[in-house]
Design a binder for this molecule. Structure first.
Ligand code: NAP
Length: 290
């Protein structure tokens, strides 16, 4: 009798484990900007782990990926609408939204046109918010879900030559900090990942300030060399992908997740000893004297 009971318990446990695994691997995960960089890597890792991944790109026909890739331009209202209609033809519930799409506008603040600055916000800030808003009624109906947004370490502090980029990422931090409280009511979890510089397509896909003011020639020269050095020596993006995967698995993640060598130390120094932080950045830039 005891043997029968033992076998019965084992079968029950095995079944339970299979069901839990099935539940885990059948989560629907949406990754925006999945044609390159962090998005492509995380979407591929998730797909290979058995999740049902839907990625997005403005030109989905241009590349071959192992997961479903739908068309979406987050800077275009019509594109967001038609994407959302298309998305729910493929899935009935959305477990996780990874807001990853974005680009980098570099250049000294005064040399950047307001039009360029607006375009930066149109994608990085408004595009992210508009897509999130479009999907929120669905998340609320479900009474569960997770929204993970890829911000930047430049959303926690900033460097020269990144005024609009950093501002767009700071704005995301502020927005999602507030939204996190509001969505907690509905069991929808909100978190951010704030990477330092990592090797992706971000530099080749970046835009540069259109204006030139002679007064800045010397400083611009130093900053360009400083930035080039930073990006050329940036590491492979594995830690960012691992952090995103961890956040998907976590039941109740905390809000902020800086990633990269010294990210947390940097954050703490600028928070508690801003002058020290500032001086170390200036010292590093001055190494590149023309
Ligand atoms: N790499 C870094 O060092 C770093 C550091 C901190 C934060 N980040 C952030 O990480 C995120 C991903 O960037 P990445 O480094 O992986 O760069 P990436 O290789 O250039 O990838 C950017 C992705 O965003 C998509 N995208 C750009 N504009 C879009 C738009 N208007 N609508 C929809 N999709 C758009 C691109 O897709 P399509 O061109 O196919 O549409 C592409 O898949 C960005 O939010 C970036 O700000 C990167």
């Amino acid at each position: 009798m005891q043997v029968v009971l033992y076998i019965f318990t084992c079968i029950l446990q095995a079944n339970l484990q299979i069901n839990l695994n099935t539940m885990k691997t059948k989560q629907n995960i949406l990754v925006t900007g999945a044609s390159s960089g962090f998005g492509l890597l995380v979407a591929t890792r998730l797909h290979n782990s058995g999740y049902n991944v839907i990625g997005t790109s403005r030109n989905p026909g241009k590349i071959n990926v192992p997961f479903k890739l739908l068309e979406l331009d987050i800077a275009n209202d019509d594109s967001i609408k038609s994407f959302s209609n298309e998305l729910f033809k493929h899935i009935s519930q959305l477990d996780v939204l990874i807001n990853n799409a974005g680009f980098y506008l570099s250049g000294l603040a005064e040399e950047t046109t307001i039009e360029q600055g607006k375009q930066q916000f149109e994608t990085n800030f408004w595009g992210t918010i508009k897509l999130t808003n479009e999907l929120l009624p669905n998340f609320r109906r479900q009474r569960f879900g997770k929204i993970i947004t890829v911000g930047s370490i430049m959303g926690l502090f900033n460097f020269p030559s990144a005024a609009y980029y950093g501002a767009s990422k700071h704005a995301l931090e502020g927005y999602f900090k507030s939204l996190r409280f509001e969505l907690n009511e509905f069991n929808i979890k909100v978190a951010m990942v704030e990477p330092m510089g990592f090797k992706t397509g971000i530099i080749s896909n970046s835009f540069v300030a259109e204006g030139k003011i002679n007064d800045y020639d010397n400083y611009r020269g130093k900053i360009e060399k400083f930035s080039k050095d930073l990006f050329e020596n940036s590491p492979e993006p594995t830690p960012v992908i691992n952090t995103l995967l961890k956040l998907i698995e976590e039941k109740d993640p905390t809000f902020s997740h800086p990633v990269g060598k010294g990210a947390s130390v940097f954050w703490a120094i600028q928070h508690f000893a801003y002058k020290t932080f500032e001086n170390s950045i200036i010292k590093n830039i001055n190494k590149f004297n023309n």
